[in-house]
Write a protein that binds this ligand. Structure first.
Ligand code: IP8
Length: 255
């Protein structure tokens, strides 16, 4: 396995946190700056090793939907792949440069160049981790992102940042996982933050899924995947990032 001596923190920065959702390919500069400030303050202090994953926001998603590409619908059109991947690389550059401006040794890792769904849609994601693990061991902060991914029988499909987080956390033996989204945590039916989720049944109950078979998409599926990991996870909003990095309990803890 690619697990390292120093288990990393895996942090997802939601695409809707760091971009302006309604304006194509627009970074939310102040949100990105605040997130990178928090990361820079934590590194070398409360956080020893860190992997960052970011989502697509207004970069990846509109190109993907324009070309009819999703996690299950692929394309064989290289123009479509270039549009989607190109937009994600542009966002990745913005994230890397905001981190490097704060002396965080951030290095891009592009999933399209590494990963595959060799068993097709619904099969396991094959994400070789030796480059990420070695970068981590050498003191860098690898920054991955939602991207296109080679998919047997489909051409190229989308791999979401959330899927990457789960693979990275399992494969690297993460210490803890943070998912920074626009909401302050996993919300119950009344809109209050659920403090702790510790069982699959609790996920379904809390999120109002009528039975286990409903737990197939959206937040419930995300929570179920995080629950299956060994490491504790938390889902929180931008205001909780700093405290999460300090190791404090924030948002919804999934453990
Ligand atoms: O925002 C998807 O990543 P997500 C990125 O984490 C693309 O779902 C390429 C649409």
């Amino acid at each position: 396995s690619a697990a390292t001596d120093h288990p990393p923190v895996v942090l997802k920065l939601g695409g809707s946190v760091i971009t302006e959702k309604d304006r194509p390919e627009t970074v939310d500069e102040s949100a990105l700056a605040a997130a990178c400030d928090a990361v820079a303050r934590a590194l070398g202090g409360s956080v020893d090793r860190l992997v960052v994953v970011h989502g697509g926001g207004s970069f990846g998603h509109h190109h993907a939907s324009e070309h009819g590409v999703s996690t299950t619908e692929g394309t064989h059109d290289d123009d479509a792949v270039t549009d989607i991947h190109g937009a994600m690389v542009r966002l990745n550059r913005a994230v890397i440069s905001a981190l490097r401006d704060r002396d965080v040794p951030a290095i891009p890792v592009h999933p399209l160049s590494l990963a595959a769904r060799s068993g097709g849609v619904g099969g396991d994601l094959d994400l070789p981790l030796s480059s990420t693990a070695t970068l981590l061991g050498e003191g860098f902060v690898p920054v991955l992102h939602g991207d296109g991914v080679a998919t047997a029988a489909e051409g190229v499909t989308v791999v979401s940042g959330d899927e990457l987080v789960v693979e990275l956390a399992a494969g690297l033996g993460a210490d803890r996982i943070g998912v920074c989204s626009t909401v302050p945590g996993v919300l119950d039916e009344e809109g209050s933050v659920i403090e702790r989720i510790d069982s699959f049944e609790a996920v379904a109950d809390a999120l109002g899924a009528s039975d286990a078979t409903d737990v197939s998409g959206g937040m419930a599926a995300k929570v179920a995947e995080l629950l299956a990991l060994d490491a504790p996870a938390a889902v929180f909003g931008p205001a909780g990032l700093e405290a999460f990095l300090r190791g404090e309990a924030v948002g919804t803890r999934i453990e």
